[in-house]
Every structure is written in structure tokens, then in C-alpha cells.
Design a binder for this molecule. Structure first.
Ligand code: GRF
Length: 236
């Protein structure tokens, strides 16, 4: 089974995506910009945010993109919130959901239906440093390289199949803030390039792992300085 969907860059169907985000929204803004300037053959159907005060809501508003706030406080419990969230996603009829700084753990049961159609961007070189405070943890661990990963979402937080990574060097005087700031632009490029491969039908999820141009991916693609994603690992 595979989930390969292509969008024709020249006049054909564009990939319908929804974005889930909780905060600043710079990754969301990068997708919007790439969509606007024609680099990404996608339609961002809706932004779903779980915090009404999150700056990402203003980003969507300014860009004229439909957005909705589903505030967990408006729901009886977590299960009711999750039901509302996934009902919303179902209603949107999107092919891909992008988690761009969405700070909630999603329920395994609901994720089953979205396997291979939901991706996340995480600010570390997974499997190193899943979870929070990744920049501080990379420094504490003495890592010489840091980076960001895009991966398919699975029930285990930050552990789904890796799609692509970008690496940066850790410098001697780095702080968590300086590392985060230096990484951010690379994160944006990584997310846009990953979504682009999916939108153009070149990257698919399969039960055997991600496929690039029909070939099994044996390790995450690496973002090159020219913005392209290239395989670096040879298959055994
Ligand atoms: C990014 O670092 C992303 O990798 C992580 O959350 C942060 C969101 O930043 N998942 P922004 O809201 O996209 O600016």
C-alpha cells in the first residue's frame, strides 16, 4: 500500500493541505510564501491552531488563508477536543496535513487513518533529541552537528519514518537561542522542499517506508545548499 499523490505544476490539480500550528508560525509563513511565488503546487486549505493568541493566526489572516482556532479549553476533555480536530480534518478533504510547530500529542487511534498523509517538522537530527528543548539538549550533549528533520507522523512522538534532514554545525559559543536562530531558515527550506516532493508526486509513503521516485528511501534525504533534497544513505 502506498500513498502517492501528485499535483500537476502546470494547471492540474494542486495538492490540498491543512497546517496545524500552535505558535509563531514562521514555518507556516514559509509554506505560504512558497505557495504564493509558485514554488509549491499546493493549496493551503486551512490553518488549524489550538491557541487563539498564537501569532500564526495573524499570519494566516494577513495572507487571507482560512483559519480556525480549536481551543482545548472549550472542550470537555482531551478526547472531545481530539474528536473535533480530526472531524475538522476529515471535513477539509485534504491530502496532506503538515504539523508546523503543533504542540499537542495526537491520539494513536485517530492517526491510523492519516498514516502516510501527515508530516511534522522537528528541530533536531532525529532520532537524537525527540521532544522539547532540542537546542539546549544538543548543546548539553556536546553535539557537533545539529539540525532539523521532517518525518511522517506516527503514534510514537517524533519517531515516524524520516523523510529529510538539514544539518548545521554547532559553534563553540552557541547558546540555545543562537542555535535556534541559525537553524530556523534552514528549517523553512527543509519543510518547503519536503512538501514540494510530496506535492509533485515524487515522495510517497509505503508500508515499507518512504519511497522517492518509486525507490525505497534508506535514510533521510539531505538538504543541499542549493535547496534540493538528495539521498545520502545507500540501501543495504
Ligand atoms: C519550529 O522550530 C519547528 O521545528 C518546531 O516548532 C517550531 C515552530 O516554529 N516543531 P514556528 O512556529 O514555525 O515559527
Amino acid at each position: 500500500m502506498s500513498a502517492c499523490t501528485s499535483a500537476e505544476p502546470h494547471g492540474g490539480a494542486r495538492l490540498r493541505i491543512a497546517v496545524l500550528a500552535s505558535g509563531r508560525g514562521s514555518n507556516f509563513a514559509a509554506l505560504v510564501e512558497a505557495c504564493r511565488d509558485g514554488r509549491l503546487p499546493i493549496d493551503i486549505v486551512e490553518l488549524i491552531c489550538d491557541r487563539s493568541s498564537a501569532p500564526v493566526v495573524g499570519v494566516a489572516d494577513a495572507a487571507g488563508i482560512a483559519h480556525v482556532v480549536l481551543d482545548p479549553q472549550d472542550y470537555h476533555d482531551r478526547a472531545e477536543f481530539d474528536r473535533a480536530l480530526f472531524a475538522r480534518l476529515d471535513a477539509l478533504d485534504v491530502t496532506l496535513v503538515v504539523l508546523a510547530g503543533f504542540m499537542r500529542i495526537l491520539p494513536a487511534r485517530a492517526l491510523e487513518a492519516w498514516h502516510g498523509r501527515m508530516i511534522n517538522i522537528h528541530p533536531s537530527l532525529l532520532p537524537r533529541h525527540p521532544g522539547l528543548h532540542t537546542h539546549r539538549r544538543a548543546l548539553d550533549a556536546g553535539d557537533r552537528e545539529h539540525g532539523a528533520s521532517v518525518h511522517y507522523v506516527s503514534a510514537e512522538v517524533d519517531q515516524g519514518a524520516l523523510i529529510a534532514q538539514v544539518m548545521i554545525g554547532v559553534e563553540r559559543h552557541d547558546t540555545p537561542a543562537s542555535l535556534a536562530a541559525r537553524l530556523l531558515g534552514h528549517e523553512h527550506a527543509l519543510l518547503v522542499a519536503s512538501v514540494n516532493l510530496i506535492a509533485r508526486g515524487r515522495l510517497c509513503w509505503s508500508a515499507h517506508g518512504p519511497l522517492l521516485d518509486g525507490e525505497r528511501l534508506c535514510g533521510p534525504l539531505r538538504l543541499c545548499s542549493d535547496g534540493h533534497l538528495l539521498p545520502v544513505a545507500a540501501c543495504p
